[in-house]
Design a protein around this ligand. Structure first.
Ligand code: IMP
Length: 464
């Protein structure tokens, strides 16, 4: 069977940790979209692994697969694999022949387009700068290079000879930058041919659809791991402040070659963070005090002194600071401070519908501990009407006024002990909060995350 893991909000909901917990029963863990923009941290005892491309299951002896819906930077892939090998892990990673390849010119163009958008107004998405958007653009424009092409010198050369002069002209003539080797066919051909040889020598390139089908037919468990989250999905997210792929569950089909009936017979689990965080620009109705340069119109005030430890945060700025520090809300890939906000139920209702969740996992319940009260955006008011889900344009979303519900907070606990004892050991106020979320979405709680380690996860249901 399959279990699909989907981010319900803006990414960084703690998917890696839950893939790790449930992944024990999986034989194969597959990523179906995104590239090395997806930072995931896996904690194993005292060891911490920060990965951006390699599926997290690969550090636990599972077969890790990058599906055709992914965009692959071979340099990142081999750097991560080599670093894991140096730490004594032998990851078994396969890559779809149909996945698209990120080239250095994609990364350069990602940066210059962001600069241009920022000069034109507030259009930049604050991307991770990994070349993700430009690579998906070439995929849709039918001028991309796929992983399978790296194994075939003639095709690789022909593709590069077509596309590279176009990229050079775009960079030089449209954006006016001086180009270097990132825009020259010969060095790119040599470097990427070498990656192709290594992929081939290590037997990494597969036809993912049939590879997974065979695994399922053979009784194996397949976990499909979405990166990023529903609200930064290119179709269902807050366009244009989105990533360029489909983290929603439909992406698990198109991004692997498994049929919707196969994915739909399994479980689809939405990962929820108990509050919101995001990197990037654009509106965020439940945002607490913002991050300069990312929150439209936000300028930090001179006071309060946020460097001091805050006992009971009072102002929005103090609350944002408290949650950011407690939750470690800094980008895994970029190190950027994330914007934070209260849980947004219309966002979650939208996510639950778009992916058809069969269960949810609520993470970071420990992060909110110590606050006297916790707020949740229950619904929006737009043009005098109450909305329970997100409006389809981002501009209208930004006009929504939030109707909050307030919940009593909970104290710090020995969270590992709570996780050990189970759901009923959670403070009653935390359970009230969790059950409200579950009831509103009409989806059962499968697990609750109360810390970063796998031993700090309360598991209520095991999907495999
Ligand atoms: P890109 O995916 O690098 O093109 O960035 C597009 C938008 O998605 C930006 O707002 C990024 O901050 C956001 N984004 C990309 N990857 C992640 C992630 O793994 N977690 C959270 N946000 C992400």
């Amino acid at each position: 069977m399959t279990v699909t893991i989907v981010g319900s909000q803006l990414g960084d909901e703690g998917k890696g940790g839950i893939v790790d917990v449930y992944g024990d029963a999986a034989d194969v863990v597959v990523r179906y979209q995104g590239g090395d923009n997806a930072g995931h941290t896996v904690v194993d005892g005292d060891e911490e692994y920060k990965l951006s491309l390699v599926p997290s299951g690969a550090i636990r002896g599972k077969i890790g697969v990058l599906g055709n819906g992914c965009v692959v930077n071979p340099e990142t892939l081999f750097d991560e694999l080599d670093a894991l090998r140096e730490r004594g892990i032998e990851p078994d990673v396969r890559v779809a022949a149909r996945a698209h390849v990120i080239f250095p010119y994609h990364r350069v163009l990602d940066g210059i387009e962001e600069d241009a958008k920022s000069e034109e107004g507030d259009l930049e998405a604050a991307t991770t700068g990994r070349g993700i958007g430009p690579t998906y653009e070439d995929k849709a424009g039918r001028r991309g290079v796929r992983v399978g092409d790296l194994l075939d010198p003639e095709t690789l050369r022909a593709r590069l000879e077509y596309v590279v002069p176009q990229k050079r002209a775009l960079a030089a003539d449209v954006f006016g930058i001086e180009t270097d080797e990132a825009f020259e066919v010969e060095p790119l051909f040599e470097q990427y041919r070498e990656y192709g040889r290594r992929l081939e020598a290590e037997g990494m390139v597969v036809n993912v659809g049939s590879f997974l089908d065979d695994a399922i037919d053979g009784g194996q468990n397949v976990m499909l791991e979405g990166a990023q989250g529903t609200s930064i999905d290119i179709d269902h997210g807050i366009y244009p402040y989105v990533t360029s792929s489909n983290p929603t569950a439909g992406g698990a089909c198109t991004g692997t070659g498994l049929g919707p009936t196969t994915v739909g017979q399994g479980e689809v689990i939405g990962i929820v963070k108990a509050y919101l965080s995001r990197v990037g620009t654009g509106p965020l109705p439940t945002e607490l005090a913002g991050v300069e340069g990312h929150t439209p119109g936000y300028e930090a005030s001179e006071s309060p002194d946020l460097s001091a430890d805050i006992d009971q945060p009072q102002s929005e700025e103090e609350l944002a600071h408290y949650i950011r520090e407690e939750g470690g809300e800094y980008g895994t890939v970029t190190g950027r401070a994330r914007r934070v906000g209260w849980l947004d139920m219309p966002m979650l209702r939208h996510a639950a519908r778009a992916s058809g969740f069969t269960g949810i996992v609520v993470n970071h319940v420990d992060t909110l501990a110590g606050l006297d009260e916790i707020r949740v955006g229950h619904s929006y008011t737009l043009d005098g009407d109450e909305l329970l889900s997100m409006p389809p344009t981002t501009e209208r979303w930004g006009e929504c006024a939030v109707n909050y519900r307030t919940f009593e907070g909970w104290d710090e606990q020995d969270w590992a002990a709570v996780a050990d004892e189970g759901y009923d050991a959670l403070p009653e106020t935390a359970r009230t909060y969790l059950e409200y979320v579950s009831d509103e979405l009409d989806v059962p709680i499968y697990a609750v995350g109360v810390g970063p380690g796998r031993e700090e996860t309360i598991v209520c249901e095991r999907p495999f």
